[in-house]
Design a protein around this ligand. Structure first.
Ligand SMILES: C[S@@+](CC[C@H](N)C(=O)[O-])C[C@H]1O[C@@H](n2cnc3c(N)ncnc32)[C@H](O)[C@@H]1O
Length: 198
């Protein structure tokens, strides 16, 4: 177990929350590609881990999911997400550390653009495993290339963010507990995905 100072991560993102949507532009086609590959669909119950201001909520609702449990450690991010999607009946929000999550039985856990901020990858794998039903799918993804993501993170302190390794290398963190069947590390997206074994 790696000792992680989550307060630092939380305060970092609370400071960024007010202007997050102005700073970040997302490639909708790449997000759609990720959700299509993961076969997120009708009736699925999904956890959006590190939801930020809710970038994934609209695309997830468009897939016909029945529930989005949107979690973020930074309450400032959750407040922004609620401003935008608080009226959606299928979405609920919580400002919590995903590593403490005790809600179980979900069909899908998606971690979009948040994986580098989980410094203890095996603790993340355990939390995902706890949250999914057997056969449920996890998705670690970026709707940009690894080079671009690492380029953004190189200025950040190692107490806040880690570098993405090649997806095939990072996938090893999940292979004990999941059948990892999607590994993509191309010019457009970074994606590691698989299903809970037992
Ligand atoms: C780079 S932002 C991405 C936000 C959003 N998913 C997106 O695609 O725009 C990473 C988010 O992960 C959240 N985060 C980091 N560690 C977390 C943890 N342990 N539990 C829950 N959220 C966390 C941060 O607060 C931040 O809002």
């Amino acid at each position: 177990m790696i000792a992680v100072e989550t307060d630092e991560i939380k305060e970092f993102f609370n400071r960024l929350a007010p202007n997050w949507d102005e700073r970040c532009v997302f490639n909708k086609a790449n997000i759609q590609r990720i959700l299509t590959l993961a076969q997120v669909g009708e009736g699925n119950r999904v956890i959006d881990v590190g939801c930020g201001t809710g970038v994934m909520i609209e695309p997830l609702l468009a897939c016909g999911v029945s529930e989005v449990y949107a979690i973020d450690i930074a309450e400032g991010m959750i407040a922004k997400a609620k401003e935008k999607y608080g009226q959606e009946a299928a979405v609920w929000f919580e400002a919590v550390d995903f590593l403490d999550n005790d809600k179980r039985g979900y069909d899908c856990v998606i971690v979009h653009n948040a994986y580098p901020h989980f410094l203890d990858k095996l603790a993340l794998a355990d939390a995902i495993h706890r949250s999914l039903r057997v056969g449920g799918r996890f998705v670690i993804a970026h709707s940009d290339s690894r080079a671009k993501i690492n380029g953004c993170h190189h200025k950040l302190d190692s107490s806040i963010s880690s570098y993405l390794q090649a997806a095939a290398v990072d996938a090893r963190n999940f292979q004990a507990q999941f059948d990892v069947d999607i590994i993509i590390d191309d010019a457009d997206i970074y994606m590691i995905s698989g299903v809970r074994k037992e």
